[in-house]
Design a protein around this ligand. Structure first.
Ligand code: AMP
Ligand code: GLY
Length: 423
């Protein structure tokens, strides 16, 4: 088989790394890829958003399966474009990807079908949004409707902050077109977890739970990022809670999407807040998580390719999925300054030494090769990922590896996994 992976971050490296282990596959392409991905795949210089060029490439190279990492091409309809030319692609259609592409759609879908989520209202007028803020009072969360790389979610501690957030989104246009409408919602307290499920629209296979770490600094301080580290399983998601989440959130949502003629095929990612043993949805994503995918692939014992194919071909009921009983953790090493301004092109050392370590894999996010050197090329640079029988051991092993890797101004959290280890 010939497989094309779309994207060039840590999640896509994890996918490529796992796909490369499949005996079914003899060629992997990745568009655009990065320096780490280039070791397992042929990187092609096509941006992940250029659907027309990606389709031309897939046709020309007779690609058997395309797997899409990021949300932007899915929300823009890459699945529909490929299907129209008879190309197989793992990921939801444009209509189904709307569950991530529009927060107004996702929230109203949940309201229509009784999926537990924070109380909310949606607005296309600043005056009405602010009037609602005044009535309900703070704390509140204000979200721009559309895609904004996870940045358009503003947690507001005061009414003034919420007014400012509405202005930033709707008047100042800080998040572009994403800010045409806003969601104003109840601020939930509790512990977050990510629950992902593979589905072909009929059969659902829930994946082991994970927990991401969005704030930039130790102790969950500082600005939100794309994710500074993740681990799996997340002990906050007990077996009972996972059953509840599957029944009330995942099954209910896949069913709701069918009812609304938006049959969902691919991986559905539910970001969940757990307060007093009650799970509620914070957001849905239409793709694998980054960095959640990095620990997940280390725990996946089955060949991933038959799974991706089974989902795409609507026969997930035939698939067998085996997970490692242990734990895995990913520590993200980022450029100094991330998620704000940062510099690129810093040489990275120590990667060869870490390669000798057992049960450790370094997934690349923002890297590029220049001559014999690997240079930093983005905010998140590496996802140092380790597997062990317990989270505490995996954490120790991951940080042993992190300490061997160096680049100027490297920044990483030193407490990834703290909630799980503390339990
Ligand atoms: P989202 O992209 O919607 O998941 O939001 C990003 C982050 O904002 C989440 O991971 C939460 O930490 C936070 N967040 C979003 N919605 C809420 C909410 N209703 N209450 C508290 N925190 C929230
Ligand atoms: N790690 C959060 C996300 O992938 O959206």
């Amino acid at each position: 088989m010939r497989v094309l992976v779309v994207g060039g971050g840590g999640r896509e490296h994890a996918l490529v790394w796992k796909i490369a282990q499949s005996p079914l596959v003899d060629k992997i392409y990745c568009a655009p890829g990065n320096a780490g991905i280039a070791r397992q795949a042929e990187c092609v210089e096509i941006p992940a958003e250029d659907i027309a060029a990606l389709r031309r490439f897939a046709l020309q190279e007779a690609v058997d399966l395309t797997v899409v990492g990021p949300e932007a091409p899915l929300c823009a309809g890459i699945m529909d474009a490929f299907a129209a030319r008879g190309l197989k692609l793992f990921g939801p259609s444009r209509k189904a990807a709307r569950i991530e592409g529009s927060k107004v759609f996702a929230k109203t879908l949940m309201a229509r079908h009784g999926v537990p989520t924070a109380a909310f209202r949606t607005f296309d007028s600043t005056d009405r949004a602010k009037a609602y803020v005044d009535i309900v009072g703070a704390p509140l969360v204000v979200k721009a409707d559309g895609l904004a790389a996870g940045k358009a979610v503003i947690v507001c501690r005061t009414v003034e902050e919420a007014h400012k957030a509405v202005n930033r989104i709707m008047i100042e246009g800080e998040f572009g077109e994403a800010g045409g409408q806003v969601v104003v919602e109840e601020c939930l307290e509790g512990e977050e977890a990510s629950v992902l499920a593979l589905t072909d629209g009929q059969t659902i296979a829930v994946v082991p739970s994970c927990q991401d770490h969005k704030p930039a600094y130790d102790g969950d301080e500082g600005p939100n990022t794309g994710g500074m580290g993740a681990y799996s399983p997340a002990p906050v998601v007990t077996a009972e809670l996972l059953c509840l989440i599957e029944r009330d959130i995942i099954v209910q949502t896949v069913h709701a999407m069918n009812r609304e003629d938006r049959a969902y095929n691919g991986v559905l990612y539910a970001g969940i807040m757990i307060s007093d043993d009650t799970p509620r949805v914070l957001e849905f994503n239409c793709r694998f998580g980054d960095p959640e995918m990095q620990p997940l692939v280390l725990r996946l014992k089955s060949d991933i390719v038959p799974l991706l194919l089974a989902v795409t071909e609507g026969r997930l009921d035939e698939a067998e999925i085996e997970w490692d009983n242990g734990a895995a953790i990913c520590v993200v090493m980022a450029s100094g300054g991330y998620p704000r301004k940062y510099e690129k092109d810093k040489p990275i050392s120590g990667l060869e030494e870490v390669e000798q370590m057992e049960d450790v894999v370094v997934f690349h996010s923002g890297t590029r090769r220049e001559g014999g050197r690997i240079l930093t090329d983005g905010g998140r640079v590496l996802g140092v990922t380790a597997r062990a029988p317990t989270i505490a051991e995996a954490q120790k092993r991951a940080y042993q590896a992190v300490e061997k890797i160096h680049f100027e101004d490297a920044h990483y959290r030193t407490d990834i996994g703290w909630r799980a280890v503390g339990r």
